[in-house]
Design a protein around this ligand. Sequence first.
Ligand SMILES: [Zn+2]
Length: 284
Amino acid sequence: MLDTITFDSGKPGPTLLVLGSVHGNEKCGTQAIGRAAMELRSGIFSLDKGKLVVAPICNPEAYRRNKRYHEVNLNRVVKKHDKPSLYEHGLANELTAIIDGCDLMLDLHSYTGGVKPFLFVEYDTPDERAYAAAMRIPHWVKGWNALYHDKAELWQGDTCTYAFEKGKLAILVECGQHDDPAAALVGYQCIRRALAHFGLAGSFDAEPAPKPDVCRLHSVHVKRGEGRLLKPWQHLDPVAKGDPVLQYDSGEILASPVDGVVVMPVEKSTIGEEWIFFAVPEAT
Ligand SMILES: [Zn+2]
């Protein structure tokens, strides 16, 4: 069973769910949840209304092994599985039941190549934009659903899509690089800011939110064989159309399809999985 902890203010209000370690090597969310939970228990801050539910380790076996996943990427199979055949299918069934019980969700992740925290904005509703702005993370990436929802071989469901389909409001934050201690602080700040934004707890920031820098995903390149990135690409590094980006051992070179930025490059990606994304800046 996935472990959850519920903090109940005892007063009516929405339920915010916070997820950590949906990917087992992305421990910033677990650490952020741990800090927030200790502070709530110690009275450092308190809930004014509603409930906070936390699921600190959403993929226990991958977490134990410090791997992204055990048998299949959990955040590509988040749906109800009638006949769960893989470890993560069982987790997805538990996770969807947990999401069903909340009104709002915050899913905390980290990534491989780069240091800039960012978040995904998908539906572009006023409520989603206001929630994203409240996170005070200046880099927003749009277009995940458009890129994935016709790729059945890569995607069957993810936490935020599932939540939105069930009428919840959800944000996925990439808090920084996996091993950067700063990522756990970003995750903690996001928890406090989400609680404040929805009125569950007192305000956390005094200054106005920064204006976001938005890009829209253009394409994803899935690794087809052995090869290497031609530069130590970092998330949001600028790239010009035609720039050589990576090379297969066969000699084949992938050039950037856009004038824009690279997104979430994974230096040592697995064959059959995402290697690098491309995105273009979008006016806000
Ligand atoms: Zn992740």
